[in-house]
Design a protein around this ligand. Structure first.
Ligand SMILES: Nc1ncnc2c1ncn2[C@@H]1O[C@H](COP(=O)(O)OP(=O)(O)O)[C@@H](O)[C@H]1O
Ligand SMILES: O=P(O)(O)O[C@H]1O[C@H](CO)[C@@H](O[C@H]2O[C@H](CO)[C@@H](O)[C@H](O)[C@H]2O)[C@H](O)[C@H]1O
Length: 550
């Protein structure tokens, strides 16, 4: 059979060098970093700098990944932006004879000593993936320049049998090995260990938290100045039926459909005050009929797993990276600076994007703009002297999409932290209730997304749906809090006294909703209505008597 005609390359390079000599060539690095990579990375899903103007790219560092027969390079490329900031990315480089080997997904055509090749992302090549697995399973038996391959406790295989791309929408690149492990190549690199690696290793080796993928290995780049970068993390693969966002959204939608088909009087449903705790058996009978008893049992299980995660993260007494801390003046200064900066950014972004909003979203946006002083005041109303609980390392970006579902149990993944924050900020110990607030915002999102996305299925007014939404949200929160607080308190994690818990939750809910407003305005403005509605209820809980101050 005739082979396919090679694609006409956009970029063609030529060097009188071998592949082994190529990376040492300054001229090659210069040409690669010019149009070749500038064009290539713009097409990649993992490239997060698309909204900024690229000035130039540099190779910050590179390393070889090799055995007796094959050689690949791992590149740390630094993207420099006109807006005066830089981002580092990981790009593994390989060389193939035929572009068919990678389905035409090539970086450039290259002639080396008159011989024709194609430069490709090495993760597309099975031989590269196999070599990576073998080096991780071999662990630190072999020394590799400034690269460290580690085998984790949960890696039980010595032999490679298969590899494939995970094939999900994601910001990194994940490979499934032997249908048992998932290796995530971090695309965006940071100086310092990635929190995903640190927390995964800790939870497996020390915390013994079972409802997260076990740590199976990693690759770390070590610089001569002692700085490090996490290149990859390998974990157990968790069999799953999808994530908790899809799981709960599906059940919420069904409940809302049942509500539309019924003659239910919302005034008869028990109204809780915000953050009022209830036992799963105390959920209003009408809500149980609409959403199912199992729906609230699932919330209970999720709360239980979240509490176990926090107890595990807060139990360390030796390694200061993990030992709990109290509240301090330094923390307060850091927090307030950060939140005021974020708020100013969101207000600015909102002003610039008002033209993208209409109807209720626009009304809520205008209300927020006139209320910005009140939000700032709330952010500044944080007094460490009145807080008695502990701060610990937290998940940091906790929402339903970070939880996998299997047989009505939940597994928590992706401890990379909040994507907008610097790596240092992600490692600051925080009140565990920050994660809880993140999950509550996610409940709120799932309810309102179900309402806004399926309006064609409704025969009741939007106001009635909003009323149902608030009733449901308060009961989901009530069940979660009851289970969560009971578990952490009986396992010696100090999250503060009752008023402190309420204060921190209100504080973190507002923080998260303001954060979300930026995320939505930048990536899906149609959804901005959800955090806008959330901010409005957090700021005006007038129908509820609970106080937000200490
Ligand atoms: N250990 C695992 N077991 C099974 N599936 C996983 C595992 N880790 C990740 N996934 C799947 O991969 C997706 C992306 O993983 P995630 O860690 O969030 O990557 P990224 O940081 O690139 O967004 C998850 O939503 C999930 O579907
Ligand atoms: O990409 P990440 O998962 O790290 O997180 C970012 O994207 C999330 C959306 O995928 C965003 O989450 C927001 O939307 C979710 C529904 O899609 C909702 O469940 C979350 O509560 C809400 O915050 C997250 O904020 C952002 O960091």
């Amino acid at each position: 059979m005739a082979s396919k005609t090679p694609p006409k390359p956009k970029h063609s390079l030529e060097f009188p060098l071998t592949w082994e000599e190529l990376m040492k060539s300054v001229e090659f690095q210069k040409q690669l970093c010019g149009d070749v990579l500038q064009d290539y990375i713009l097409q990649q899903r993992w490239y997060g700098g698309k909204a900024s103007k690229l000035k130039y790219i540099d190779v910050l560092d590179y390393f070889s990944v090799q055995n007796e027969s094959d050689l690949y390079y791992g590149l740390v490329i630094e993207a420099n932006y006109v807006e005066a900031f830089v981002q580092d990315y990981f790009l593994p480089l390989g060389l193939v004879k035929h572009p068919d080997a990678v389905d035409g997904n090539i970086i450039a055509h290259i002639k080396l000593n008159e011989e024709e090749f194609w430069l490709v992302d090495a993760s597309l090549l099975e031989s590269f993936r196999k070599m990576i697995f073998e080096k991780i399973t071999e662990g630190n038996k072999t020394k590799h320049q400034h690269l460290e391959y580690r085998r984790g406790r949960k890696c039980l295989d010595d032999d490679y049998t298969s590899s494939r791309f995970l094939g999900v929408e994601q910001s990194n690149t994940s490979v499934v090995y032997n249908e048992k492990y998932i290796l995530k190549f971090f695309r965006r690199l940071y100086v310092n260990h990635n929190p995903d690696y640190e927390l995964s290793k800790y939870l497996t080796n020390k915390g013994q938290f079972e409802n997260t993928p076990g740590y199976a290995g990693s690759i770390t780049l070590k610089f001569s100045d002692k700085n490090v970068m996490t290149i990859a993390l390998m974990q157990e693969m968790i069999p799953n039926e999808g994530d908790a966002w899809d799981y709960f959204s599906k059940n919420i939608r069904k409940g809302i459909q049942a509500f539309n088909a019924s003659k239910r009087d919302l005034a008869k449903i028990q109204k809780l005050s915000p953050l009022q705790q209830i036992n799963e058996n105390e959920v209003d009978a009408q809500l149980t009929e609409l959403f199912g008893k199992s729906f609230f049992e699932d919330i209970e299980t999720l709360a239980h797993r979240t509490a176990e995660m926090h107890v595990s993260l807060g139990m360390e007494r030796i390694n200061t990276e993990f030992t709990p801390s109290g509240y301090s003046y330094d923390y307060t200064v850091w927090l307030k600076n950060r939140l005021v900066y974020m708020l100013d950014n969101r207000i600015n972004l909102l002003e610039n994007n008002l033209h993208k909003l209409d109807g209720l979203a626009l009304d809520l946006a205008q209300a927020l703009l006139s209320n910005k002083k009140e939000v700032k005041k709330r952010f500044l109303d944080f007094d460490e002297n009145r807080l008695k609980g502990e701060r610990i390392r937290v998940h940091g970006d906790y929402h339903l999409g970070q939880v996998l579902v299997n047989e009505r149990d939940f597994y928590i993944i992706d401890f990379e932290g909040e994507p907008e924050s610097t790596i240092r900020d992600r490692k600051v110990k925080q009140p565990p209730l920050k994660d809880v607030a993140g999950m509550f915002r996610s409940f709120n999102y799932a309810i309102y997304a179900s309402i806004f996305n399926h309006q064609d299925e409704h025969n009741k007014s939007i106001e009635e749906h909003f009323e149902l939404a608030e009733l449901l949200y308060d009961q989901m929160v009530g069940v979660f809090l009851y289970t969560y607080i009971d578990y952490v308190q009986s396992h010696n994690l100090n999250i503060g006294y009752r008023k402190e818990i309420e204060f921190l939750l209100h504080y973190c809910l507002l923080e998260k909703a303001i954060y979300e407003l930026g995320y939505e305005l930048n990536s899906r403005p149609r959804w901005a209505i959800i955090p806008l509605k959330g901010i409005s209820s957090i700021l005006n809980p007038e129908q509820h008597e609970s106080s937000t101050s200490l």
